[in-house]
Design a protein around this ligand. Structure first.
Ligand code: CP
Length: 316
């Protein structure tokens, strides 16, 4: 389906945003169209108070720059309020159950809950017990807001989504998994190049293959050949210890100017950040003319606002 021929309804069926596998192609397009509309308003300083009277809970279990700041600023821009809840300062860190926490947060008037750095099973448990929308702000298996921002960025930069090719180089982590599902559902070819043992999980790959072309390889050149987008992420992810063995195995999977030269001439470079120059990407690439990482990072703001307005609109 061509996003440019789609007529948005500014409405979705979902009550939560846990993973892209739950969304239809049309629902992915809805997020992107709403983000585009909100970004236009943001650019001209015309933010509507779409979240007035709403307080969003931000329950975070790890460090964050983009996710935290883009939610806090986005909520303010839409006239809402937020409660930042570091997990280690709640009773969750002392063994209180997810059920009790989820039910209580709704009773206190929280309108939606963003969870950061919980396992997918914990995110699902929150969603099961919450009366309010639950948004996955990163779990061990998925980073849906990141993948939606990435699709939005590609749409802006390339003018379309279908019949493009994205090559992801490096660790087959939560970001890679979400990209597989998101890109496959919008008819973008996905190629993942990872060393043996670091590919995305078989179940994610098989699910993605039901929707589109997904190639898993250990050959960087095969993945990058003909790519419109080259993407990477840090080698050490959410639940990894600083594993020297893993870094050694992934060292060859750095995106360098030589890797970029294997892609299409007008290919862009993307990274969800934070980035480690000299590790998964060389400085010449991330700081070079093909890099669109700051546009990509900015779009987290617009997608987060789209997620909140779409999920909360259902309950007005
Ligand atoms: N990409 C991303 O999730 O950034 P933060 O870790 O800074 O939130």
């Amino acid at each position: 389906m061509d996003i440019n021929k789609y007529s948005p309804k500014y409405r979705i069926r979902q009550t939560d945003l846990l993973r892209l596998a739950d969304l239809t192609t049309e629902e992915i397009f809805e997020f992107l169209y709403v983000a585009r509309a909100l970004k236009k308003r943001f650019r001209v300083g015309e933010n509507k108070p779409l979240l007035r009277g709403r307080t969003i809970g931000l329950l975070f279990g790890n460090a964050s720059t983009r996710t935290r700041v883009s939610f806090e600023m986005g909520i303010r821009q839409l006239g809402g309020d937020y409660l930042f809840l570091p997990k280690n300062e709640t009773q969750l860190s002392r063994g209180e159950s997810i059920k009790d926490t989820a039910v209580m947060l709704g009773r206190y008037g929280i309108s939606a809950l963003v969870l950061r750095a919980f396992t997918m099973a914990e995110v699902e448990e929150f969603a099961h017990y919450s009366d309010i929308p639950v948004i996955n702000g990163i779990s061990d298996e998925a980073h849906p807001l990141q993948a939606l921002s990435d699709l939005f960025t590609v749409w802006e930069q390339k003018g379309r989504l279908d019949n493009l090719k994205i090559a992801y180089i490096g660790d087959g982590n939560n970001v890679a998994s979400s990209l597989i599902m998101g890109c496959a559902k919008v008819n973008m070819d996905v190629a993942i190049a990872s060393p043996h043992g670091y590919s995305p999980s078989r179940s994610i790959v098989e699910r993605g293959m039901q929707f589109g072309n997904v190639l898993i390889t250990d050959d960087i050149a095969e993945a990058v050949h003909g790519a419109d987008i080259v993407y990477t992420d840090v080698f050490i992810s959410m639940n990894d210890d600083d594993d020297e063995n893993k870094k050694r195995k992934l060292a060859r999977y750095r995106v360098t100017p030589e890797v970029m030269a294997l892609a299409k001439e007008d290919a862009v470079f993307m990274h969800c950040m934070p980035a480690h120059r000299g590790e998964e990407v060389s400085a010449e690439v991330i700081d070079g003319p093909q890099s669109i990482v700051y546009d990509q990072a900015e779009n987290r703001l617009h997608i987060n606002k789209a997620a909140l307005t779409l999920l909360l609109d259902r309950r007005k």
